[in-house]
Ligand binder design. Structure first.
Ligand code: NAD
Ligand code: GLY
Length: 368
């Protein structure tokens, strides 16, 4: 039996497949069939390169292939490091038919996708995600970009890849803390639109933490399926896609406030989702029992349920205003009307938001 699962992101002429399974880096011809020209630039980082670059290069035997190895970490997801990708493309005279291949986690994927969106006004790229977070979320949907010191992911573009190749074997070398950060985004899908998946997670969290291949493959496939549906319905986030940002307005403020990389993105999102649940409960939209269920699942995934103790609530509130969902100076948040029922709204009380930021009824968090 072929253990590879294939999903499709339906976007008309820009549709593309997501391949999920073990051993895909070595799968004969799989990558090559999505590369239209002869030139390829592999973008990776100093941690992932020694682990997987050789295998990827073997799959690119017939192409003129160059490589750029970036420094590792969220703090390097910026315009300066983006410039290194352009330097390599120009030094090696890559033309408009070139294909960039992102080999790594969400940081490499977001940087590479943005470079592909900009270089010569847009070239092809492929996502080869190697973290759980990237396999369930960041590699799918075409959001690309970099951070600014004043705001997370504030500079970027929508640019869809030609395919996503998620080799689940690569997750074997991932640190436990990174695996848990990825589980945060998996829980997110259950919370926003897939109650059945949330319940599956309640029953299978131990299997995920133990990296049981069947459980991991199911969680990746279900997450990508849920995300692909939303992206197909609202590619450029004029409505429904904003729901995928559950926990992110709080989370981005945590990441920016704590310093990029101190809290992992998934950790900040986990705390943010619990804060969104708390605020929903304070508004009377979500039962206290549901908040407790959400926090229990997040805790089981070894993730924080509240913001860092040292983060000043007023500073966090100011940082939340720098958000792509804000309109006319008013922030909009993704909140919950139930497990599996997320809504985008500005109809919350400011005083209740402040109470949540001050952690008046929730535990404060510690990352890592
Ligand atoms: P990351 O890219 O920093 O990777 C986490 C760490 O794991 C890094 O140190 C990396 O080098 C290492 N690593 C990667 N693959 C490995 C492997 N197989 N074995 C061992 N180590 C490995 O972080 P991430 O969690 O993958 O991604 C977070 C980023 O993704 C954030 O910048 C976030 O904003 C972005 N993101 C983007 C989207 C989107 O739609 N574009 C969605 C969610 C998150
Ligand atoms: N991670 C949110 C989105 O892709 O829209």
């Amino acid at each position: 039996m072929n253990p590879m699962r294939t999903l499709q992101v339906d976007l008309g002429a820009r549709s593309y497949p997501i391949y999920i399974g073990p051993g895909l880096l070595e799968a004969e011809g799989l990558l090559a069939r999505h590369i239209p020209g002869r030139q390829v630039l592999v973008v990776t980082n100093e941690t992932v390169a020694p682990l997987y670059l050789e295998r990827l290069q073997a799959a690119l035997g017939g192409f003129e292939s160059d490589t750029v190895i970036l420094p590792d970490g969220e703090r390097h997801k910026n315009l300066e490091v983006l410039g290194r990708i352009f330097d390599t493309l120009l030094e090696h005279r890559h033309d408009r038919e070139t294909t960039l291949v992102a080999l790594g986690g969400g940081v490499v994927g977001d940087l590479t996708g943005f470079a592909a969106a900009c270089y010569q006004r847009g070239v092809h790229y492929i996502q080869v995600p190697t973290t759980l977070l990237a396999q369930v979320d960041s590699s799918v949907g075409g959001k690309t970009g970099v951070n600014h010191p004043l705001g997370k992911n504030m500079i970027g573009a929508f640019h869809q890849p030609r395919c996503v190749l998620a080799d689940t074997d690569t997750l074997r070398t991932l640190e436990d803390r990174q695996l848990c950060a990825g589980i945060a985004e998996v829980i997110k899908y259950g919370l926003i639109q897939d109650r059945e998946f949330f319940e599956w997670l309640e029953s299978n969290m131990d299997a995920l933490l133990a990296r049981e291949p069947e459980a991991l493959a199911f969680a990746i496939e279900r997450s990508c399926h849920d995300k692909a549906q939303v992206v197909a319905a609202d590619e450029r986030e004029s409505g429904q896609r904003a729901l995928l940002n559950l926990g992110h307005t709080f989370g981005h403020a945590i990441e920016t406030g704590a310093g990029y990389g101190v809290w992992l993105h998934g950790e900040a999102v986990a705390a943010g989702m619990c804060m969104a649940a708390r605020l929903s409960a304070r508004q009377g939209w979500l039962a206290e029992a549901a908040v407790e269920r959400i926090e229990a699942l997040v805790r089981r995934a070894r993730l924080p349920v509240g913001p860092p103790q040292e983060l000043d609530p007023a500073r966090m509130r100011a940082s939340m205003a720098v958000d792509k969902k804000a309109r006319d100076g008013r922030i909009r948040l993704v909140l919950l009307r139930g497990i599996g029922r997320a809504v985008l709204t500005d109809g919350f009380e400011e005083a209740e938001l402040i109470a949540v930021l001050e952690g008046r009824d929730a535990a404060l968090g510690t990352a890592g």
